[in-house]
Design a protein around this ligand. Structure first.
Ligand SMILES: C[S@@+](CC[C@H](N)C(=O)[O-])C[C@H]1O[C@@H](n2cnc3c(N)ncnc32)[C@H](O)[C@@H]1O
Length: 192
């Protein structure tokens, strides 16, 4: 088993689970700047559970989901309450803060890796396939005044994703960003 340390937390990793990288760390930093004491938090697509582990210090409750069974096992091993489901299917109630580092890379059929690993990165032909599905039902899941933190890349189309968030009824603003060799990562905050 391998592990990764970020800030004051060490996260255990297993094969076929997304290894936390710059995108995960940017989302953790944005979470820490935007979470409020007592928030009820949902993390969609938790992978190893790194973002939820940080949220647990401040939130009154954290629930995470992932479709990849390896990720569910890994996150549970890191102490996260995690449900295996598609996005947030079957979850009841509302959340004050919903966070998602989605599969955001534009991916053609012949670029797919096969198996569960595709869920980590494959955002469909324009990178926004999973994001669009995620945003469709988000309004009902958010408490009044609730916020969404969504990690996107310049490769995904930041303005296109902002528009999808606005179409979902949210007021949108970028809250953090970082530049990398082939992309710019941005965390968009959507508020109800
Ligand atoms: C880029 S990884 C992010 C993992 C982790 N949150 C992080 O920041 O390190 C995307 C995660 O979303 C999960 N995922 C992709 N599509 C999903 C879906 N439809 N429902 C639930 N989880 C999904 C993948 O299995 C993967 O763990």
């Amino acid at each position: 088993m391998t592990s990764i340390t970020y800030r004051d937390k060490t996260i255990e990793l297993v094969p076929h689970v997304y290894e936390p990288a710059e995108d995960s760390f940017l989302l953790v930093d944005a979470l820490l700047e935007n979470i409020r004491n007592g928030d009820r938090v949902l993390e969609v697509g938790c992978g190893s559970g790194i973002v939820s582990v940080f949220a647990s210090d401040i939130a009154s409750m954290v629930v995470a989901t992932d479709l990849n069974p390896h990720a569910v096992k890994c996150a549970a091993g890191n102490g996260v309450t995690v449900v295996r489901t598609d996005l947030y299917a079957g979850l009841k109630g509302t959340f004050d803060l919903i966070v998602f580092n989605p599969p955001y890379l534009p991916t053609s059929k012949n670029e797919r890796l096969g198996g569960w690993d595709d869920l980590m990165l494959d955002g469909g032909p324009n990178g926004r396939r999973t994001i669009a599905r995620f945003l469709k039902g988000i309004w009902e899941l958010l408490s009044q005044g609730g916020r969404v933190l969504l990690l996107v890349s310049s490769l995904t189309g930041v303005s296109e994703v902002s528009r999808l968030m606005q179409d979902a009824g949210l007021a949108v603003e970028p809250v953090s960003e970082s530049r990398h060799f082939f992309e710019q990562l941005v965390v968009l905050k959507g508020s109800k």
